[in-house]
Ligand binder design. Sequence first.
Ligand code: ATP
Length: 380
Amino acid sequence: WLIQTANTHNCACYLVGGCVRDWLLERPVGDIDVVVEGDAIALAKVWAAVWPDQLHTHPPFGTATLSWQDSSLDLISARSEYYPQPAALPVVSFANLAADLARRDFTINCLALRLINQPTELIDPQHGYADLQHGLIRVLHDLSFINDPTRILRAIRFAARLNFELEPQTAILLQHALPWLDQTTPARLWNELGLLLTEPSALVALSLADSWGVLNQLFGSGGWSASLNQQAQTLLANQSDQQLAIVWLLLMSQLAPSAAQTQTQRFSLPKPIRLMVEQWPQLVAFEATLSQTTLSAGQLDRLLSPFEPLLLEVWASNQATSIQHQIKYYLQYLRPIASILTGRDLQAQGIPAGPNYKTLLAEARERQLDQFEQANPNLC
Ligand code: ATP
């Protein structure tokens, strides 16, 4: 039906980009991009009449999105792009398929298939199919990374995900373009960095980003060592749903605290992650206390209760066994214990409400946990 309406409206439609790449690689196809030569909006309106809930049009951009279940189909008017300055947003104008393919990032992403009611040939102006077969990421021209430095992050993401290599000249161009990352807005960088850090292949991507000097360029120092990678693997084995927080905290642990906070704000990470980055130095300051002193359960609870459990786990993953042991004991047994005494109890006892409540409740909890420990000596 989709193809028929396109033909009736005299629109040439093409499957383009990632969906063709993934289909040729026999990988699961995610979102589908359809490029239209012709009046994409008129076509979108026909579709909108049939799927009023699922189809959203964006007339100024000549695009429409059809969503269903976990997938979506983007209908895009063929366009060409011109970069007035390196790292700036491109100036866009409507064009034909050839120009649309010429604006793309890598040869493996500028493959197209015409949508017609019969078998169709692969449109492959940049020999992307050969690069797919050889496992190569290749830019279309020498200025590609400089025009759009976010392509550096895309190159890493695809190399890690597909286990591809950079074609040698592309590798050289990527190195030359690294300084242009500094000229790219944090929002645009994050569009790609966020995807990179949340992909299943994020750890491979981070190792590549480190060895290609990209982490150093983005964060000024730090990196992704084999031991960080090991820590991340262990943490993610139990908490894969916390991938972004875990890899970000580990990355930031390599920077000075003020730099870690600056980077976290610069990329507007979600508030819970920002708070953990802010808390990190306070936790580091307790390292000596935790390693040198034998703390009672109550003292341990008082020391660690202000910190997020995930932060404690990530920090502990690189600590001495004795500290790891204490953190595990605290998280597993002490933190879940509810305090017996509450503010209401103090009120009921006729104690006037005030700042002393906090102290009284903390002291009561400390006593309660010490008693728990005496009753359960085998747990610690
Ligand atoms: P994924 O499987 O991660 O969705 P994708 O290849 O579909 O990968 P998208 O980010 O959805 O990538 O982009 C769709 C297509 O748009 C890409 O295949 C590529 O051709 C083109 N594209 C996206 N970003 C850029 C860019 N920064 N520069 C040039 N072309 C791009």
